[in-house]
Design a protein around this ligand. Structure first.
Ligand code: B12
Length: 301
């Protein structure tokens, strides 16, 4: 529907066969018309206004009062062209996702994920719904309010869905990242989220997943000539236990640590980079940093 301001009130009245006084009354009482102002201060109406007036006339002919007819028109417009206000927020969708996942409702969970990604896009979905949901899932699991079965079902379904989105994320001409979790670490979900956002910044990912021995990473990095290796872990112990290997890797390739286990102090001690924040801001920061370098140069220290 065209919202561009086009007609003065007389022309609109002529097109729809309604007196200008009545149009003004509908505008004043029910907000049926939403004119813009011309440079000289005249009200200008759009085709969307014309469409609303025509619907109003139909509703009046079917016997509704003017107030009821105007409400019907507003409802039809919302249905046809949902505004931001009438859509579910990330918080509401995270709640709906939790309800479906914790009830082992696979189809329901995918339907919520469809809405979440469709309405809010990948980055908001990750930052404002998936990360908060996972945090809450962990807290409820730790308090004994959720079973291990529910937590496993939820994380496996999310992992499957995110990895389905990841298909083809190693194609194209962009820079390359090796992304992995070190030995003993299975919390891959935020890393996959990170990779998806990084791909949106034009990068390619080689994803090794959880439990990846650090001493094999340089082989992968050399094979694909990676621009950076990103490792994430929930606990610092996973990094500290392979400090020597991390040092050796960092001498060959730019290396960044991330996740709750990657504190700035630890990264300083190990002389590697630390990606602060959530997976979305981490990917943005990395992409920004490399964008400042010469095209496809691999040194970001
Ligand atoms: C899903 C989940 C699992 C799944 C993981 C599935 C998968 N493929 O990822 C499974 C079932 C495998 C699992 C297993 C375990 N889990 Co678990 N798990 C979780 C849960 C619910 C979500 C994990 C997650 O994705 N977090 C992501 C976000 C929400 O949290 P975050 O770590 O704070 O990360 C933030 C930042 O650090 C950053 N970030 C994180 N990663 C990355 C990566 C990059 C690249 C970037 C840039 C940023 C970034 O972004 C986040 C948002 O700001 C958490 C709860 C929690 N609070 O995290 C528990 C949790 C992490 N698990 C926990 C535990 C104890 C375990 C087990 C030991 C349980 C057991 N007894 O078997 C095992 C250990 C497995 C292993 N060896 O790694 C504890 C960890 C406690 C600790 N600090 O050590 C937690 C915190 C639950 C709790 N409340 O106690 N788990």
């Amino acid at each position: 529907m065209d919202h561009a301001p086009k007609f003065r009130i007389g022309e609109l009245g002529y097109r729809v066969g309604v007196r200008p006084e009545l149009l003004r009354a509908w505008e004043r009482r029910y907000g049926l018309l939403r004119p813009a102002r011309s440079e000289r201060g005249f009200r200008l109406y759009s085709e969307a206004d014309e469409w609303r007036v025509r619907l109003m006339q139909q509703q009046l002919h079917s016997g509704l009062s003017a107030a009821e007819a105007a409400r019907e028109v507003a409802a039809m417009e919302r249905e046809r062209n949902p505004s931001e206000d009438s859509l579910e927020t990330p918080v509401e969708l995270a709640h709906a996702l939790g309800t479906a996942l914790e009830g082992f409702e696979e189809e329901g969970a995918h339907a919520v994920l469809d809405r979440l990604l469709g309405i809010h896009g990948l980055e908001r979905a990750i930052r404002d719904a998936l990360m908060p949901y996972l945090r809450e899932l962990g807290e409820r699991w730790a308090r004994g309010e959720l079973s291990v079965a529910q937590e496993h079902f939820a994380s496996r379904l999310l992992e499957g869905r995110l990895l389905a989105l990841a298909r083809g994320w190693n194609k194209g001409p962009g820079r390359r990242a090796i992304i992995a979790c070190p030995s003993g670490e299975q919390h891959t979900l935020p890393l996959v989220c990170f990779g998806l956002v990084l791909r949106n910044h034009g990068w390619r990912n080689v994803y090794l997943g959880g439990d990846s021995p650090v001493n094999t990473l340089h082989m992968a990095a050399d094979t694909v000539d990676a621009d950076v290796v990103v490792l994430s872990a929930v606990s610092s112990e996973r990094f500290l236990s392979v400090a020597k290997e991390l040092g050796a890797l960092a001498r060959r390739r730019p290396l960044a640590l991330a996740g709750a286990g990657a504190t700035p102090e630890l990264a300083r001690d190990l002389e590697v980079e630390c990606l602060d924040g959530d997976p979305v801001s981490g990917a943005e920061a990395l992409a920004r940093r490399f964008a400042k370098l010469a095209p496809m140069s691999s040194d970001f220290r």
